[in-house]
Write a protein that binds this ligand. Structure first.
Ligand code: ZN
Ligand code: ZN
Length: 286
């Protein structure tokens, strides 16, 4: 089976290059199954989301690639859909309206500034600090609680096939400035979210982007979260969150070794349109 990646972006959002470049590179890397997940359009001006007018062309290009590369690589059509608690149901609506093969649900925005603009939690540090101050009076604990609450809300109200980068907010804490990830209150928030994931039936992705972009010292989630997922028997898949062809299996080799060390034996893959658990080792997924 070799490798898979169900979280990838190309030119339609903040990713780069044509879909063909991504597929050609995926073939070189031995990827046998790939899903495209450009950022879904949102209800406000945002520079890295897809323009709503581009959506039909994006979907058509993925559909055409499926046919063009049939027999060489399985290609799946999806979107990385932003979750907003007051827009619950949108993930399912996108799936149905655009006949997506699966959905990837992510939280990138937490509440709003006084002017109504959503607070982006994985953008520049200055934006992060501004929201933390203006929306949460610099109370990092309250901000993190809210981030995980929204994620739980998504899992309960509008569950995606795959939960995207469950603790990506920790990228802002790369220098350990804001909080101590070992503290029990933080671990409890993460743990409660993973318990909600276990209840929901979602697949939790192990996202390697922070590692190869050097924005995090661990995958999303890291050791603690992965151990909890193992205990809770939550299915996982390996995703690169690639935005460039060269990132399609970024940091996979180290990550699978680590997953094996933690006792994981299977990864979820999409084969012939069906999600299934497959064994894996350093050389790939069987
Ligand atoms: Zn994302
Ligand atoms: Zn992404």
């Amino acid at each position: 089976m070799a490798w898979t990646n169900y979280h990838s972006h190309f030119k339609y959002c903040d990713g780069v290059d044509e879909i063909d470049k991504h597929i050609q590179q995926a073939l070189k890397y031995g990827v046998k199954s790939i899903g495209f997940t450009s950022h879904s359009p949102v209800h406000f001006e945002n520079k890295w989301s897809m323009d709503r007018r581009d959506l039909p062309t994006y979907l058509k290009e993925v559909e055409e690639a499926k046919v063009q590369y049939a027999g060489q690589i399985e290609i799946y059509k999806s979107l990385e859909i932003d979750y907003f608690p007051d827009k619950a149901g949108l993930i399912e609506t996108f799936r149905k309206d655009f006949n997506l093969d699966y959905t990837l649900g992510s939280v990138h925005f937490v509440d709003t500034f006084a002017d109504g603009k959503p607070w982006e939690i994985d953008g520049p540090l200055l934006t992060f600090e501004k929201g933390l101050l203006e929306i949460f009076s610099n109370d990092i604990k309250r901000a993190l609680k809210r981030y995980f609450e929204i994620t739980i809300h998504m899992l309960e109200q509008d569950c995606p096939t795959i939960l995207g980068h469950v603790d990506k907010i920790k990228m802002q804490n790369h220098n350990k400035f804001f909080f101590d990830e070992e503290r029990s209150w933080y671990r409890d928030y993460l743990s409660q979210t993973l318990e909600a994931a276990a209840q929901s039936g979602t697949i939790v992705e192990v996202n390697t982007r922070g590692l190869y972009k050097k924005r995090a010292s661990e995958t999303y989630p890291g050791r603690f979260g992965l151990q909890r997922l193992k205990e809770l028997k939550v299915p996982i898949c390996l995703n690169a969150d690639s935005h460039h062809p060269k990132e399609i299996i970024g940091e996979y080799e180290n990550t699978v070794v680590f997953l094996r060390e933690l006792g994981f034996k299977e990864l979820m893959v999409l084969k012939d349109n069906v999600w299934q658990a497959r064994p894996f080792d350093q050389s790939g997924i069987k």
